[in-house]
Write a protein that binds this ligand. Structure first.
Ligand SMILES: Nc1ncnc2c1ncn2[C@@H]1O[C@H](COP(=O)(O)OP(=O)(O)OP(=O)(O)O)[C@@H](O)[C@H]1O
Length: 666
């Protein structure tokens, strides 16, 4: 995570600060994220540093190992040098020995040659001397013998001759002997020479072998030396390499140290920055905590205020009256209308708005009267009077407070009363802006925003009609089949003051489209069920019942409110003599239920002991929504058409009775 990311988080945090605290990222989470990213970054840097340190350690240990091995290698080298020196010494000694042996051999050969020469000379000299001696002896003897003993000479000569022969023979023998001796000597010499040669050859051979061995040893030593030299060169190279590695490692180490220093500096800076950020975050956290606690306090205050608001709202509703009546005049296209005037409440002491309708002269004029009668005005006061130009939106603005009361846990009834065609359904069920769709929409909105205060609402709806005192389910698909046939029972639970209707379809209301669809299909069903003489929607009461069950998990509070939106049957009085059969029964049923509604409301206003809820299905059904702390609003829808004057007057009278206020002026 970069500082930019952190600042982005801070920015998003600042932006989030404006959002509701429940949706904003918690500051502790932000701090935790930043711390985690910081720790990851720091972890990465430390890992990188450790890795570099590991490499440096490896290189140092390699260098240390080389440095440790170097003396051993130097010792090896010295040993090899000593060996070489020893071998060289031996070689020189052997060479000297060989030279001496050569010399000795040469001197021996020379001596032998000399001896032989001497021996030969001596032998020759001896021989020559002997020969000479013998010759001399012979000559003298011969001479003397010749001279003296001529006779004997002959003899002697013979003798000499013999002697000579003998001598010659002897010489010959001697010579032979000498020759054999010479030969023997020569043989001996040869043998000796051969022996010497052999010895020489052997010695030479030995020497040669020695020399070869020495040469081989020298070669081996040379090789070893070369190997040693190569090893030394390799080691030197290695040393150089290692030195260069050491140098680069040193450089690397220096670089790493520089880098480490830089990183340390950076870490320090980051640390400082982190400290600053942490402080800032602490501050922010503190702020956030303050914010959270102030939010909690605000929420508590809000809840208290919500309670106060509910009370105040209810008090206001109570002050306005738990039973209120609004009057609405339907706009008419044609101008055939009786006069009616609306007055705001400024001049009225009871705070009511007024409507004055003026009776058309035609209907006032009694027979046989010749003077022009004064127009007869009927003045009625209601909580609100809406003229022809009023819109559904304006109407809803006034009643939205009652929807809030239902959300606050009160039972609320909103009735639309009036003659057929006076605008009850228009006011109550118009597709987009009628009270029912608008109320449902407002309930959805308020229930959604109430979630902020811990409220969860379940919103369910039932839609039914009461026709001839029979209840029909307007939400069921088998409406037409079950029409007026299935008996739906109304059951009250006194303990919980709740009402249930048997076999009634209950739908979870989810959106406005769904409600529009419900209204549409109910209208379609009722239109199909109508006959020419019997417009079912006009002749029956329709009740849209919205059940609001809220639970606040924070406070444990629960709320059960009910909003009943009732479109009453047309209130026109048809002379009973004019109708018979079903129409009569229908009319009687409507009149009974409408008058019992009036009676119930009047009794409630009078705070009577007995409230006649049981007099009609309608009032019995709405028992817990009429009276007590429940709120009731009745719209009296009127038409200003001339022909509707009497019905309008009746409606206004009925409504006034309900409102417990009747003003009549001339
Ligand atoms: N305030 C109004 N503005 C415009 N049109 C209206 C208004 N009130 C009623 N209407 C029209 O008058 C006609 C009759 O109205 P509506 O059906 O609401 O009367 P109703 O009282 O419900 O009659 P019923 O008792 O027969 O149901 C309708 O066409 C309706 O659109």
């Amino acid at each position: 995570m970069t500082l930019k990311d952190i600042s982005n988080i801070s920015v998003s945090r600042r932006i989030d600060d404006r959002s509701p605290p429940r949706k904003a990222m918690k500051p502790a989470k932000v701090i935790e994220n930043i711390q985690r990213s910081r720790e990851l970054e720091l972890q990465k840097v430390l890992e990188w540093k450790d890795k570099n340190q590991q490499e440096l350690n490896d290189l140092n240990s390699e260098l240390w190992r080389i440095r440790t091995d170097l003396p051993e290698l130097e010792l090896d080298l010295e040993k090899l040098n000593n060996q070489l020196f020893e071998l060289e010494k031996q070689y020189k000694e052997k060479e000297n020995e060989l030279a001496e042996a050569d010399k000795r051999l040469e001197s021996e050969i020379a001596e032998l040659k000399q001896e032989f020469e001497l021996y030969r000379c001596n032998t020759e000299l001896d021989f020559n001397r002997k020969i000479e001696q013998l010759s001399t002896d012979c000559d003298s003897k011969v001479q003397s013998e010749i001279a003296q003993k001529q006779a004997a000479y002959m003899d002697a000569r013979r003798k000499l001759e013999t002697r000579k022969d003998e001598l010659l023979k002897q010489i010959h023998e001697e010579k032979m002997h000498f020759q054999s001796e010479n030969e023997r000597i020569m043989e001996r010499r040869r043998v000796r020479l051969e022996a010497v040669d052999r010895e020489f050859a052997r010695e030479s051979n030995n020497l040669e072998l020695d020399k070869r061995e020495i040469a081989q040893a020298v070669a081996a030593v040379d090789r070893k030396w070369e190997a040693v030299e190569a090893e030394i060169a390799r080691k030197e190279e290695e040393t150089q390499e290692l030195e260069s590695q050491l140098e680069s490692a040193r450089l690397k180490s220096a670089h790493f140290e520089e880098k480490t220093a830089e990183i340390r500096q950076e870490i320090q800076m980051l640390d400082t920055e982190y400290q600053e950020k942490a402080q800032l975050l602490e501050q922010k956290e503190q702020d956030a905590q303050n914010f959270v606690s102030s939010t909690v306090a605000l929420k508590e205050q809000l809840l208290a205020e919500e309670l106060a608001r509910r009370k105040a709202h209810n008090t206001l509703q109570d002050l306005k009256g738990n039973i209120r009546v609004f009057c609405r005049v339907k706009p008419e296209q044609d101008e055939n209308c009786f006069k009616h005037q609306l007055f705001a409440s400024t001049d009225s002491s009871d705070g009511k708005e007024q409507i004055i309708i003026t009776e058309p002269l035609l209907s006032q004029q009694p027979p046989h009267t010749f003077s022009k009668p004064a127009p007869k005005n009927y003045k009625f006061g209601f909580d609100k009077v809406f003229g022809m130009d009023s819109t559904n939106s304006e109407i809803f603005d006034e009643i939205s407070q009652l929807v809030q009361s239902a959300l606050d846990g009160y039972n609320v009834c909103i009735f639309a009363y009036g003659q057929t065609g006076s605008g009850k359904t228009f006011t109550m069920s118009s597709a987009t802006d009628g009270i029912i769709p608008r109320a449902v929409d407002l309930i959805f909105q308020r229930s959604r925003s109430a979630k902020d205060n811990g409220w969860e609402f379940s919103i369910t709806g039932q839609f039914l009609e009461i026709y001839n005192e029979n209840i029909n389910d307007l939400m069921t698909e088998s409406y037409l089949r079950n029409l007026d046939a299935v008996k739906h029972e109304i059951k009250h639970d006194e303990a919980t003051r709740t009402t249930t209707i048997t076999d009634m379809t209950t739908v979870a209301l989810e959106n406005q489209e769904q409600v529009a669809q419900i209204l549409k299909s109910a209208n379609k069903n009722r239109a199909t069920a109508s006959t020419n003489a019997n417009h079912r929607s006009s002749r029956s009461h329709s009740i849209f019942m919205i059940q609001l069950n809220g639970y606040n998990a924070k406070t444990g509070e629960s709320i059960n409110g009910k909003l009943n939106l009732i479109d009453l049957a047309g209130s026109e009085r048809i002379s009973q003599s004019m109708v018979t059969g079903d129409r009569l029964k229908e009319t009687q049923s409507i009149n009974r239920s409408l008058s019992s509604l009036g009676d119930v409301i009047t009794s409630l206003c009078k705070k009577s002991q007995h409230i006649p809820y049981r007099n009609s299905r309608l009032t019995y059904l709405l028992q817990y929504s009429l009276g007590g702390d429940s709120k009731t609003l009745m719209f009296v829808n009127i038409s200003a058409k001339l022909q509707h004057f009497n019905e309008t007057l009746n409606s206004l009278r009925f409504a006034t009775k309900v409102n417990n206020t009747q003003l009549q002026t001339k």
